[in-house]
Design a protein around this ligand. Sequence first.
Ligand code: SAH
Length: 407
Amino acid sequence: MLEESATSQKRAAVSPPVVKVSPRGATRLKDGHVWVYRSDIVSADGVAPGSLVTVADHRGQILGSALYSSSSQIAVRLISREPVTDFLSLLPRRIADAIAYRGNLVRDTNAYRVIFSEADFLPGLIVDRYNDVLSVQILTQAMDEKTVRDTLIADLTNRLQPEAIVERVDPRVRQLEELPPRESGLLQGEKTSTVFNMNGVQFHFDALEGQKTGAFLDQRENYAAAAQYAHGDALDVFCYQGGFALHLAPRCSQVTGVDSSRPALEIADKNAALNHALPKEKEIEWIEANAFDLLKDYASSGRHYDTIVLDPPAFAKTKRDLDAALRGYKELNLRALKMLRPGGILITCSCSYHVGQADFMEMLAAAARDAHRVLRLLEVRGQAKDHPILLNVPETSYLKCVISHVS
Ligand code: SAH
């Protein structure tokens, strides 16, 4: 005990090294953003990878405290506009704030994002809760420090009492941050799979198997919104483990889910069994196919639906992909619109940050014109509230979900 407080005093007494940023970097921070790119760093001499730093402009005016990466193009990620001398004592406060924020806003689920990186002023850290299992992603040098990891695990355990905490590693991110390779695995406890529910629908979660994403928690509120309008014959394109399909099933006469991933569809089928003891003719049909080919075939063979969901993977990984991405979105939306019966419902999504809301709406309008259909917007939606959007950090807003009536 004595030793511990002596160490933390020592830690607190050392003031963090100063990183100087260019006028452009300083303006960015003053405008409310939290990142400074490497090209805007004037000096960071001798600053160790992952350090807590004080950020100053070229004249020495202090702009706040940040976590430093020696390798990422995003060299500085602000954690506070106030001076911070000890990140380890700030971390539990930030975790408490993130949990309190969700306390008022997250309903009807035991699966949600507990910590969303920059949007919770904990850049480089993502924590998702799936019922009694927490899934952690560590994305920066600073968050990978042993003392930070230990504090994080102890604090999350204490506050949320999970059965287990699992780390999901993205090897590419570790490479970019010049961190040693690491395997995904348990950080605490022994449980790696569980069942969670959202909006009254049950899902399997396996922390160490399946695709690396777990589930698409950011769509949670959109599932419930889509279910309100869904009817008749429904097609869920890019269905993954059945997020939309399972929400639509109680409202629709028939639901078909399409995905190119067989393992995802196998879990989708298990999820369906968890929820509905449906008569044979109402069972959800899962089809393994390339969505582009399948939509083309179905459209040309004259199939029709009353509800179609389009939730493709991010087509624009960088700004350069924007035009190609928009062409991809347009093709999908055009085909879906042609297949919808009058009075049909289109639920169309994009999770590409680089495709802005205006670009997406423009694409949809063009698809409607080409398909000779009239679209009435029912809801223009984004990511669930447990994935907060910081108004001055546009990169925190990425998901678009537009629900329209089609005649
Ligand atoms: N709607 C899902 C999330 C979809 S994520 C949910 O709410 O849970 C995107 C999905 O698209 C992934 O499951 C991936 O396997 C699938 N996918 C990617 N390319 C595809 C293609 N060309 N055809 C069909 N599915 C594809």
